[in-house]
Structure formats: C-alpha cells, structure tokens
Design a protein around this ligand. Structure first.
Ligand code: AMP
Length: 285
C-alpha cells in the first residue's frame, strides 16, 4: 500500500493504475476509521481493481465553533486499518496541500438544491466544503467509482446531484449504514459520548426502526410516521432533536404520503450534549 501526502504523488499513482487498465475506486474519509469505513473500502475492492482511500479532515466543511480542531485524528491506526482492508493507496494531504492559497477566498462548488435543508440549514457552509473537496479529489484521482456511506444520506444525495449536473465520469455508490451490535450507527463522533448520552443516542435507531416497521405494516401517512419516529428521541432528556423527517430520497422534499414506487427515507439529527449525531433509514426499497 502506497501512502501519498502530495497531490502530485497521489495523481501519479492513480494515473498509473488507470493506464495499467485497472478500474480505480475512491473512498473519501476524514479518518478515525471504524468498521463503517472499512466496509466502504471492501465495497470499493469488490467493484474495482485499485482502491484509494483519502484521509483528510477538510477544514472548509466545518463551520466556526464546530469541532475541526478536536475532530479525532488517528493516522497510525488508520493506515493499519487501510492496509488490513486491502487499500492500494492512501492519500493523506495537509490542509496547505489542498488549499495552497488558503480557505478564505477559495473556489467553491455549490449544490443549492440540496445544501440548504436539514444538515445545511444547521451548518450553512458545510456542503459547499464537502462538494468542493470531493470534486478536487475526483480531479486528482480520477476514480471510476467513489463509495460513500448511507449514514450521511444528504451528503450522498448531494454528491450524486453534483456528479450528474457537472457530467462527471465517476459513478457514485452508496453503501448501507454499518451499526454497532445494539443498533447505534457507527460514527467517528461516537467517542465524544458519555455513557448516559451513548444510551440515549440509541433512541435514534429505535425511532427509525419503529418508523420503518410502521410503514412495512401499511402506515402511509407521513405525519403519523414522523410522530412514531420522534417519540423515542423526545422521551430522552439527554437528547435535543434537531429534525426528524420523512422525505423523498432523491429531492429530500417533505412527503405527505408514503407511496409504492416513490423512494422515501426518514432522516434524524439530534444533539447529545455538544455531540450531534445523524441517522436515517429507507422506508421503501
Ligand atoms: P467521515 O470520515 O465521517 O467523513 O465518513 C467517510 C465516509 O464513511 C462517508 O461516506 C460516510 O458516509 C461513511 N460512513 C461513516 N460512518 C458510516 C457508517 N456507520 N456506515 C457506513 N458508512 C459510514
């Protein structure tokens, strides 16, 4: 496994793989890797012949007062995890390498249709940071396939939209959410939770499962599903609910009815102390 810290070295390694006829896969991450990330790497290995993993805590997707400085960083363990998962290349640039002229006046990619609601309403500059760094990574590594997690549902919807709108050659693949045995979605931010908050955070999965089962049992009224989704979270005194919604899986527009033939997803975000967690479940397949 090669580790590249410069854009030139990463580009050259991916280009060489492409010229050798290998299909290139990319798994963009911010590091502090857990089994959810490893599943994405394994998915890329199933779909392609050469897997690149980027590890980059991207400053432009953090707002003022967010956790950029204290975001967990664990490079040595991450490299071991990438190697064990069979990655071929790890690209680990510095912020200066990615933003040599600084971030204040950087060029940004905007996806307005999907960046102002939900996570974007709470984190107004988050998605332009995500879209910009992902486009830059696509340009550096020219992947045939890029694998993202369903855990960040809005992110993958927005990156699909960017890829379509800009006619990018990369195919976006979304991998299902990897969960702890009790159902909590794995997240690099789970390490921030106290034991009480960790217990309360399970209510996200409980609400989502209750909502999913209600739809399976025939509930089609989105307001009733929303109430089922919210109840376990609102009953936790450790939890502050940011949103719990039932939306169209592609446009993220709020739904009144859940219909067969139209993909619906339930999205939740809640705060536990200073830690914000998100989760979701598809209500129709
Ligand atoms: P992050 O390092 O948190 O930015 O995440 C990097 C990628 O891993 C994103 O595409 C996430 O959606 C994905 N990811 C994070 N947690 C999970 C999880 N529990 N299951 C599946 N994918 C995940």
């Amino acid at each position: 496994m090669q580790v590249a810290v410069t854009i030139a070295a990463a580009r050259e390694a991916a280009l060489r793989a492409g010229k050798a006829g290998l299909r290139v896969g990319l798994v963009p991450t911010m590091g502090a890797l857990h089994p959810g990330h490893v599943a994405l790497i394994e998915e890329s290995r199933r779909l392609t012949d050469f897997t690149a993993v980027s590890i980059f805590v991207n400053p432009t997707q953090f707002g003022p007062g967010e956790d950029y400085d204290r975001y967990p960083r664990a490079l040595a363990e991450d490299l071991r995890a990438c190697e064990a998962a069979g990655a071929d290349l790890v690209f680990h640039p510095s912020a200066e390498e990615m933003y040599p002229r600084g971030t204040a006046a950087a060029t940004f990619v905007e996806v307005p249709a999907l960046s102002r609601v939900f996570e974007g309403a709470i984190r107004p500059t988050h998605f332009r940071g995500v879209a910009t760094v992902v486009l830059a990574l696509f340009e550096i590594l020219r992947p045939d396939v890029a694998v993202f997690g369903q855990k960040d549902f809005q992110q993958q919807a927005l990156l699909r939209r960017m890829t379509a709108d800009l006619h990018l050659a990369t195919t976006i693949v979304t991998h299902p959410i990897v969960r702890e045995p009790d159902g909590l979605a794995m997240s690099s931010r789970n390490v921030y939770l106290t034991p009480e908050q960790r217990r309360a955070a399970l209510s996200l999965h409980q609400g989502l499962e209750a909502a999913r089962l209600a739809v399976v049992a025939g509930e089609a009224d989105a307001d009733r599903v929303r109430r089922i989704l919210r109840a376990p979270i609102e009953s936790q005194k450790e939890a502050t609910l940011d949103y719990a919604e039932v939306v169209d899986a592609e446009t993220l527009g709020k739904l009144d009815h859940i219909e067969t033939g139209r993909s619906a997803v339930a999205l939740v975000a809640a705060r536990f102390g200073t830690t914000r967690l998100i989760d979701n479940v598809r209500l129709t397949e």
